[in-house]
Design a protein around this ligand. Structure first.
Ligand code: HEC
Ligand code: HEC
Length: 365
């Protein structure tokens, strides 16, 4: 990052601090230092940070240790970082996640980035905050399989952690609540804003013709009657930079009887059948395989899906049903060249700084 952009980002963050309507609870623990959530200005400052868990340098540091702490699994073999690997933008390279004893789950590990702008977590959105989410994998029998009481008691037995909790939260007594808060703070620090696409947005990268075509197609809803070609991706992945407004959608992976009913399991509403979180496409070239069940190995397969293999069902998103580049067409009808252009554009979203930033790496290594 250039000195200039560091300066500019910090200035924006500082401005954000002045603009926020900070309640009393926002004051960090005495002695703890407010963490500078640096990011490009166009990300905006609509953060989802609970008032009682302000992000601090000490809290993020503690959260980072906990994120990579195998002691939080039954046999001390698995940490959050075992599945959420920095080199894969905090996803992994498996179709479905593998937890303790090599047990397989049913869903694909999600990439983690820019979560402080997100509201609902997991493919089906069953967790409403990072604090709520953070404890779930620890207890999950196929992930870390440790009771929270045991997790807390192990941490209380460690002088190293008692000290870290003290500097982050002003108390040596570890609780479930503080454990969740610390992990959530670290996750909020995982900001990805230095991809080539970001450089381009800041006037520091010139796109190739192919990338430019890809960007244009990505954001355009096709209107064949007036010859306007589009790939329609931005209709759903509009907040693809950040996912500011989380929503759930059925993107045509299954018919009326899907194996995984997705959002319906949370809401018990049949109109939510097979709807999943419209995830961010940041770092997407680094996080294969794709979709909630990891069914697609490559971005080429993803494009083929949207272009040719959409499955009809009662809850299929209307934004997909109407989109075609052919008058009265029933599928997207992009050319091979156009599909390749969209992929070239998606590759601009890879953030090498993010996956090599030492601040996000395993502190025990
Ligand atoms: C065994 C592998 C595994 C481990 C260990 C694991 N995760 Fe995950 N993570 C997943 C999978 C799989 C999903 C998606 C699960 C679902 O939707 O049902 C996920 C989803 C998430 C999400 C939601 C992201 C989003 O955009 O909605 C967050 C946040 C997260 N994990 C954080 C953590 C934290 C923190 C830990 C450690 C306490 C952890 N994970 C441990 C596999 C794992
Ligand atoms: C109607 C809404 C919608 C449209 C249009 C759409 N997507 Fe998606 N996309 C989703 C949803 C929902 C998911 C998650 C689906 C799942 O895993 O079940 C998803 C997932 C993905 C994934 C996998 C993400 C991951 O982490 O595994 C990629 C890649 C992707 N979309 C790319 C695209 C591209 C490229 C386009 C345009 C050609 C596009 N999408 C159009 C809704 C949409």
């Amino acid at each position: 990052m250039s000195k200039f952009s560091v300066w500019r980002w910090s200035a924006l963050a500082l401005l954000g601090t002045f603009l926020c309507a900070c309640g009393d609870d926002d004051t960090p623990t005495k002695g703890a230092e407010a963490y500078d959530l640096k990011h490009p200005g166009y990300f905006g400052s609509k953060y989802n940070i609970p008032e009682d868990n302000p992000t601090t340098v000490e809290g993020v540091d503690l959260g980072r240790h906990l994120f990579y702490e195998p002691m939080l699994s039954l046999d001390s073999s698995v940490s959050c970082g075992s599945c959420h690997k920095q080199e894969f933008a905090f996803a992994d390279d498996l179709a479905v996640a593998e937890g303790i004893d090599g047990q397989k789950g049913t869903r694909s590990t999600m990439a983690l980035a820019n979560l402080l702008w997100s509201k609902d977590f997991f493919w089906d959105g069953r967790a409403g905050s990072l604090e709520e989410q953070a404890l779930m994998p620890i207890e999950n029998p196929v992930e870390m399989n440790l009771s929270l009481d045991e997790a807390v008691s192990r941490l209380n037995g460690s002088e190293f952690y008692r000290e870290k909790f003290k500097s982050a939260f002003g108390t040596e007594v570890v609780t479930k609540d503080l454990l969740a808060k610390a992990i959530a703070q670290f996750e909020r620090s995982l900001i990805s804003g230095e991809s080539k696409y970001d450089l381009y947005k800041q006037g520091n990268y010139t796109m190739t013709d192919q990338e430019r075509l890809g960007e244009q197609l990505f954001f355009t809803h096709p209107e064949p009657s007036i010859g306007l070609r589009g790939a329609n991706c931005g209709d759903c992945h509009s907040g693809f930079l950040l996912q500011t407004n989380t929503f759930f959608s059925n993107n045509g992976l299954a018919g009326n009887s899907p194996t995984d009913i997705g959002r319906e399991e949370v809401t018990n509403d049949a109109s939510d059948r097979a709807k999943f979180k419209v995830v961010s496409l940041r770092n997407i070239a680094l996080t294969a395989p794709y979709m909630h069940d990891g069914r697609f190995a490559t971005l080429e397969e993803v494009l083929d899906h949207y272009n040719e293999h959409i499955q009809q069902s009662q809850t299929l998103d209307p934004l997909i049903i109407e989109a075609s580049n052919k008058v009265n067409g029933t599928s997207l009808e992009l050319t091979q060249e156009e599909k390749e252009a969209v992929i070239a554009f998606l590759k601009l979203l890879s953030d090498e700084e993010f996956i090599s930033n030492p601040a996000f790496s395993d502190p025990f290594k």
